[in-house]
Design a binder for this molecule. Structure first.
Ligand code: FES
Length: 145
């Protein structure tokens, strides 16, 4: 049911933890399942993501997608990080079962929420970034398969 990569990132998640004085922190939840994900970003003066950590209180797929998402955003610019979709995270994990696709949305939304927090703290606007939702279950019907 789960790919080897999903199992690997679930049993041995990368970048778990917190970043003190993070440039941006984003927390999102899914009210339907009750799972919560928080992402911390450390962004340098050039707008490159130096470090990324996460804490996820959720299912295995949520842990695996957070872990992969942190790997994907590290070293990226803000614009590049913004373009990382839940689909890209799922592809990097060699797919997720259809009933678990919504879990990957948490990762995408948490990155957006952390970037939003960074923009707010620095009084800047990030092109293409919309105000994040705190409860992603409201938009689940629109998710892509
Ligand atoms: Fe809630 Fe996976 S079941 S995030």
């Amino acid at each position: 049911m789960y790919s080897d990569k999903v199992i690997d990132h679930f049993t041995n998640p990368r970048n778990v933890g917190e970043i003190e004085n993070a440039s941006g922190v984003g927390t999102v939840g899914n009210a339907k399942c009750g799972d919560i994900m928080r992402i911390y970003l450390d962004i340098d003066e050039a707008g490159v993501i130096r470090d990324c950590k996460f804490k996820t209180f959720g299912c295995g797929a949520a842990v695996a997608t957070s872990s992969m998402a942190t790997e994907l955003v590290k070293g990226k610019t803000i614009q590049e990080a913004l373009e990382i979709t839940n689909k890209a995270v799922m592809e990097a994990l060699d797919g997720l079962p259809p009933v678990k696709v919504h879990c990957s949305l948490l990762a995408e939304e948490a990155i957006h929420a952390a970037l939003w927090d960074y923009a707010q703290k620095n009084g800047i606007e990030i092109e293409g970034l919309e105000k994040p939702k705190t409860d992603i279950s409201e938009t689940e019907e629109e998710e892509e398969y």
